[in-house]
Write a protein of this length. Structure first.
Length: 751
DNA sequence: CTATGTAAACAAC
DNA sequence: GTTGTTTACATAG
């Protein structure tokens, strides 16, 4: 390779001055918190017994039932006016008591009156219906909102601490820790952590931070306390099973400010993974740099004075993984997990290249949940789902796709940051979006696409969700420099069908098909991209990133396993391969276009896929929570999307995780209140449909609703938002009609 | 094909 | 020399 004749010329790059970009934001850096890793024990087994529902009541009038298909998981219907915190606290306690064998995961949904759909407001009231199936999807990612919370838990000083931080939930150890960062208990406390403060004198701070960071980096202890530490346990000579990308993330996330200079990154890696210090060829540093430049998730920030460059992880993409966390997971008791881990770890040595080590990124909670309502009812989603889509999805391909579960597709985060989120208003948090970012229009289309293009994975659909949210605020300024560019370019690429130099795709067909065309385009682009890799768009979380989730299926397909997913979910898995990027297809050209940054590619215009982000505005504006925002506003698709996408399989990042429950709570007023149905409400759901041809689809939508709920995992002490896709196949027949339905119907026990 | 790893050419400091 | 970008190529899955 070296001199390959083909080597393209490199155009000159100019660096933008961006003087102070960061200034503004600096503060933002704040640290996010930590991510909770979610894990779940996925034990498959359980299914049934658990299923039995035992409704328990909580103080607040909460109804709790065992999830029919997910082991150790209970569905908690929370009255609108209930005190969520207290409920969470109670559930946490309960979960901890139960330990790994008992219910340790709770899906909270509001049962209060659903505005729109009356019948069910109070779940209690309801009778029984059968719910058909529900799917929950969530993502664990964690970008949290800006809010910051930083790490609460940790000692501020944190210095070296980070390693210790780990704690992580102790789960593994079996300790019920409450200390975990995500622990709910903090909720109450955290209010004002120190976190908030940010900046001000940036420079000063920067310096300070740097020190800290450096110090951390240097910490010798790398290995530190065994339990905690992160250092790579294996012999120094062994190459760690983590990709460069993962290691970079670990390094960056090990600092409080979540940023690190290149040099510190080198140092951190050397300290934690002796292999690089002693054995690896010097070229590893080149690789680090390469990775930093290549992946959009890594954002370079310049200090106020412009002299120091810090590398940060885009909040939208940052899962806040730390080596400790990962490590702990590995330790996890759960056999399956271990298996996975071990595999990973072990592998590598020999095979060096194989490191794919990152933890399996699971899509966390994307697991679909089915509520069997009544057994009888347990419908198969299929019933209603008949969509062609479904069929197609189901098709072998999908199944096949299961190959990898990618959690995070590379969606483009690009926008993320940028996007000023329209609404932003609500919370900073992210909102989730489901669906893909296709054009608003079609929900169905997605389907078609697939049909059309079988080969691919469900492209966009898959893309699922996204997350959005970049907490704008969080990203400080820096982004601007890079990001801006990015944003533009990205979008362009995606959208504009036009210009792609490369393939002309041929004419687009009719406008109507735009969508599909677009999709196609994307694919092509993707391919193109593959050739040259430009900066990878942020992916939602990058694929590679290490995810903590556990669940990932061990190997196989089941991603969601954690939860014990129902089979259903699993199967589909698929696809989604996530459209990874989408981004700008062309590599080269970009540069020229955008003189600005060197990396043009990213920048392409914003329209594309990401559009969802943009789009939502209208809707988005709404609540954060509830309604699912569909990417583009096309809600309609959601349902479909969900299915199609395979939520289960697909990674959706959308769901925001909250590092700490507290965060979650704070972030928004929860809307548990909103009733599922309400959310479904027509407006949203329907909207999308515009084009959807299929009646079926329509029906689906009618019967299905998306709503947001929360998943409380006491094993992790994590609280995540999730989207629930509830379908009621039988509803039509139901006298009440879809609208009238309430959870209660489905879950009699809720009462 | 994709994701990753490596090497390398350049550019800007 | 360091830091960043971007290609090219290789390879495992």
């Amino acid at each position: 390779m070296k001199t390959s004749p083909r080597r393209p010329l490199i155009l000159k790059r100019r660096r933008l001055p961006l003087p102070d970009q960061n200034a503004p934001g600096e503060t933002s850096e704040e640290e996010p918190k930590r991510p909770p890793a979610q894990q779940e024990p996925s034990q498959v087994q359980a299914s049934k017994e658990v299923a039995e529902s035992n409704p328990c009541k909580f103080p607040a009038g909460i109804k709790i039932i065992n999830h029919p298909t997910m082991p150790n998981t209970q569905v908690v219907a929370v009255p609108n006016n209930a005190n969520i915190q207290s409920i969470i606290t109670a559930l946490t306690a309960k979960g901890k008591e139960s330990g790994s064998n008992g219910p340790n995961k709770f899906i909270l949904i509001s049962c209060g009156g659903a505005p729109t759909h009356p019948p069910g407001p109070q779940p209690q009231a309801q009778t029984s219906h059968e719910p058909k199936s529900t799917e929950v999807i969530t993502e664990t990612l964690g970008p949290k909102s800006a809010s910051r919370d930083t790490n609460l838990p940790k000692p501020p000083a944190a210095l070296p601490g980070r390693r210790w931080e780990s704690y992580a939930g102790g789960e593994a150890a079996g300790c019920p820790l409450d200390n975990s960062l995500t622990n709910i208990q903090w909720l109450g406390k955290m209010t004002s952590d120190g976190l908030g403060s940010c900046s001000i004198k940036q420079e000063v701070e920067e310096k300070e931070n740097r020190h800290l960071e450096q110090s951390q980096a240097k910490d010798p202890q790398v290995e530190g306390p065994p339990g905690t530490s992160a250092s790579w346990p294996h012999s120094a000579s062994e190459r760690p099973p983590y990709s460069y990308m993962a290691m970079i993330q670990f390094a960056i996330n090990s600092t409080e400010r979540k940023r690190m200079t290149l040099k510190d990154i080198y140092t951190w890696i050397e300290d934690h993974f002796p292999y690089f210090k002693h054995i690896a060829k010097p070229g590893w540093k080149n690789s680090i740099r390469h990775n930093l430049s290549l992946h959009d998730m890594f954002v370079r920030e310049t200090s106020a004075n412009g002299k120091v460059s810090f590398w940060t992880i885009h909040p939208s993409a940052n899962r806040y993984l730390t080596l400790d966390q990962v490590f702990k997971q590995q330790k996890r008791p759960n056999p399956e997990l271990r298996r996975n881990m071990s595999i990973k770890t072990e592998l590598p040595l020999g095979a060096r290249r194989k490191m794919k080590p990152l933890l399996p990124r699971v899509s966390s909670y994307l697991v679909p949940i089915q509520f069997p309502v009544n057994q009888a009812l347990v419908l198969q989603p299929s019933v209603k789902v008949p969509l062609p889509l479904a069929a197609s999805l189901m098709s072998s391909e999908l199944a096949r796709h299961s190959k990898r579960v990618r959690i995070a597709p590379k969606v483009l985060l690009a926008d993320e940051g940028i996007a000023p989120l329209p609404t932003a208003g609500p919370v900073k948090e992210e909102k989730l979006l489901l669906g893909e970012g296709l054009s608003p229009l079609l929900p169905v289309q997605g389907i078609k696409e697939e049909e059309i293009l079988p080969g691919e994975e469900a492209p966009h659909l898959g893309r699922p969700i996204k997350v959005e949210s970049p907490p704008l605020e969080e990203w400080p300024s820096p982004c601007p420099s890079v990001k801006e560019e990015l944003s533009q370019s990205w979008e362009d690429s995606s959208h504009s069908p036009t210009p792609r130099p490369r393939k002309a795709h041929g004419g687009h067909k009719s406008p109507a098909r735009c969508v599909s065309d677009m999709l196609v385009i994307k694919r092509r682009e993707r391919r193109e991209m593959s050739r040259s890799r430009r900066k990878q768009h942020l992916l939602p979380p990058c694929l590679d990133e290490p995810e903590l989730l556990f669940a990932e299926g061990p190997g196989p397909s089941r991603p969601a396993t954690d939860l014990a997913l129902p089979a259903v979910s699993t199967r589909p898995a698929s696809q989604l391969s996530c459209s990874q990027e989408e981004g700008g297809p062309f590599k080269t050209p970009v540069k020229e276009t955008l003189p600005i940054s060197s990396t043009p590619s990213k920048s392409v215009l914003p329209m594309s896929p990401e559009s969802w982000r943009l789009t939502p505005p209208a809707k988005v504006g709404g609540l954060d929570f509830s309604p699912v925002r569909t990417p583009q506003g096309a809600l309609g698709p959601l349902p479909d999307a969900l299915e199609l996408t395979d939520l289960g399989t697909t990674p959706m990042k959308s769901v925001p995780l909250f590092d700490s429950p507290r965060e979650l709570l704070n972030s928004e007023p929860f809307d548990l209140t909103s009733d599922p149905f309400s959310s479904c409400s027509p407006s949203d759901m329907e909207v999308p449909k515009p084009g959807s041809p299929e009646p079926q689809v329509a029906s689906l939508s009618a019967n299905r609703s998306l709503t947001e709920g929360l998943v409380l995992d006491t094993m992790n002490d994590s609280l995540s938002r999730i989207l629930l896709d509830i379908s009621f196949p039988g509803l039509e027949e139901d006298p009440l009609g879809p609208d009238g339905i309430s959870w209660a119907h489905f879950i009699p026990d809720l009462r």
